[in-house]
Design a protein around this ligand. Structure first.
Ligand code: BJW
Length: 238
């Protein structure tokens, strides 16, 4: 069985209408994401940060998964636990497409993080009015997203999966943010075949074995078809 780890970034959701971070339509109008997605920015001006994430959480209601998200869910339907999707995205388009074996390493817009008790309740409402935490009652909820300088989620699980995989596939990410940007080098060091599907080749520190340029909505379904026909051919030979 081929074990596959897929890393996704903002590019996979771009065709659903979710803006990327470093493209021409980048977020935070006039600000670098590196300057504002930090705990320091939140301490300095929590209302601006909460309002920004409230708006993005509400915007999720207007977007739907595209052919790339659906293709990954189709692949999981066919190969089950042999596929792990690791997303840097805080949207919920992978799960709405049907992916279940999924890690949100940079957190989730539809979850809050309580700074008083540490709980991470599912959250669909605005945070700007300082609602009470459903677990401890304190009014110290922030978005459950990972800002610069904070530790991403489930790094041990991700790294174990990358080094044990047969194929590592990077989809729609610029490779500008670590530790995710380092997974191609980690995979290569362990002899894992690496594939990139991106609008344009990223600035990866280590070249991918196979780099394909184009839209995720076209490249991902085609790659999934390839994987599934290779598995069928392998099964027929056995
Ligand atoms: C398409 C497409 C289409 C478009 N089809 N493709 C110096 C060296 C190394 C590291 C550091 C350093 N200084 C500081 C660091 C660490 C820092 C870091 O990496 N900084 C960099 C600026 C250098 N990292 C951290 O602080 C992280 N934590 C950490 O390191 O903890 C310590 C630690 C970890 C591990 C071991 C030991 C210690 C935390 C990083 C948190 C990132 N958070 C954000 C915000 C999340 C909340 C929110 O959404 O608001 O996460 S920043 C932002 O960037 C977001 C994204 O997940 C992340 C990556 O962006 P992504 O997805 O790649 O998007 P883009 O826009 O950059 O690229 C889109 C791509 O899509 C492009 O390539 C397009 O071509 C493509 N595309 N349309 C296909 N249709």
């Amino acid at each position: 069985m081929t074990r596959i780890v897929v890393l996704t970034g903002a590019g996979i959701s771009a065709e659903s209408g979710v803006p990327t971070f470093r493209g021409a339509d980048g977020l935070w109008e006039g600000h670098l994401i590196e300057d504002v997605a930090t705990p320091e920015a939140y301490e300095r001006d929590p209302d601006t940060v909460l309002a920004f994430y409230d708006a993005r959480r509400r915007a999720l209601r207007t977007v739907v998964p595209n052919a790339a998200h659906l293709a990954l869910a189709r692949l999981e339907g066919a190969i089950g636990g042999d596929l792990l999707v690791v997303t840097q995205n805080v949207d919920d388009l992978h799960e709405r497409a049907g992916s279940r074996n999924l890690v949100h390493m940079h957190g989730e817009l539809r979850r809050a993080l309580c700074l008083a008790c540490g709980s991470r309740p599912a959250w669909d409402e605005d945070l700007i009015d300082r609602p009470a935490c459903p677990d401890c009652g304190e009014r110290m909820l922030r978005p459950d997203v990972v800002w610069f300088g904070e530790m991403p989620y489930e790094l041990g699980r991700i790294e174990n999966a990358v080094v044990a995989a047969d194929v590592f596939v990077s989809i729609g990410t610029s490779g500008a943010v670590y530790p995710a940007a380092g997974y191609v080098a980690l995979a290569s060091a362990f002899g894992v075949r690496t594939v990139e599907l991106n609008l344009e080749p990223s600035d990866a520190a280590v070249p991918f074995d196979d780099a394909r340029a184009g839209r995720a909505s076209e490249l991902v379904p085609a790659w999934v078809d390839e994987v599934l026909s290779a598995r069928r051919a392998g099964a027929e030979r056995r």
